[in-house]
Design a protein around this ligand. Structure first.
Ligand code: MF3
Ligand code: CO
Ligand code: CO
Length: 256
């Protein structure tokens, strides 16, 4: 019955390290830091705690985590950019520990941000948590997407279609795809032992995406603001477990 217990224990260890990395970065991410410095701090923290950063050299990606600023939806590459007052940034960390993956991301805000940016961050976080709260065996994949889509569209925001959550375990990305939009009671059924990410990318404008020349950086085509949060979760006999919860209770910005 509980043949997934050992796998879940390993997922929890990897997930906790990814989450602790984001906790550690909370005090560092402020006006004046470069995204390269965030990458370096993340790489070192994961290495020093017995893990490895999964993005590094993954399909040619040359950094240890993703930093996606303002109108960047996901897969932003750390570089020289210095964070400034008013910026919002998603940091997405994936740690491998003992062969298992933990994948999580949060938003951070720099100084005073616009009301619109804060509303987008709040709605994106809330949509992720609403979709997690329904998880248990028998729920369908379409139910997950429907929770997210219904919630954010009622606020006038849009769900990015071109990227999705994914199965995860002893591989970084595996089936099934977890779409962040959809219809209730459609798609495959959740089963005990399944492990996957939910990682809604929500735009303040339209959902269309453009990928930049570097082959990675995905931006909103209309340059509208974009936000994302990600958790790695597992389906249990009677509910779910979040492997990437913050031990410090850091949920969404502002963190202090
Ligand atoms: N962490 C991202 C995800 O949530 C994947 C990043 S792949 C990279 O699936 F190569 F861009 F790092
Ligand atoms: Co992911
Ligand atoms: Co991720």
């Amino acid at each position: 019955m509980n043949d997934y217990k050992e796998k879940f224990e390993k997922m929890k260890i990897a997930g906790s390290l990814a989450s602790k990395t984001l906790d550690m970065l909370t005090n560092e991410i402020k006006e004046g830091i470069s995204t390269n410095k965030i990458d370096k701090l993340g790489f070192e923290f994961i290495r020093d705690h017995g893990g490895y950063s999964a993005p590094l050299y993954y399909r040619g990606f040359e950094k240890s985590l993703c930093t996606s600023l303002n109108h960047v939806i996901c897969h932003g590459i750390p570089g020289e950019r210095i964070l400034e007052e008013g910026d919002i940034v998603n940091v997405d960390v994936t740690a491998i520990v003992d062969g298992y993956y933990g994948d999580t991301s949060r938003m951070y805000s720099i100084g005073k941000i616009s009301v619109k940016a804060q509303n987008l961050i709040d709605a994106t976080y809330e949509s992720l948590m609403k979709s997690i709260k329904i998880l248990k065996p028998g729920v369908k994949l379409g139910d997950i997407g429907n929770e997210i889509q219904t919630y954010v569209e009622a606020k006038g925001f849009s769900v990015v279609r071109d990227f999705c959550g994914h199965g995860i375990g002893d591989k970084f990305h595996e089936p099934p795809n977890i779409l962040h939009y959809g219809k209730k009671n459609t798609g495959a059924e959740l089963k005990p032992g399944m492990t996957f990410t939910i990682e809604p990318m929500i735009n303040s404008g339209k959902f269309e995406v453009k990928v930049l020349e570097d082959g990675w950086t995905a931006v909103s085509k209309d340059k509208s603001l974009s936000a994302q949060f990600e958790h790695t979760v597992g389906i249990k006999d009677n509910g779910y477990e979040i492997f990437t919860e913050s031990a410090k209770g850091y949920l969404k910005p502002p963190y202090n």
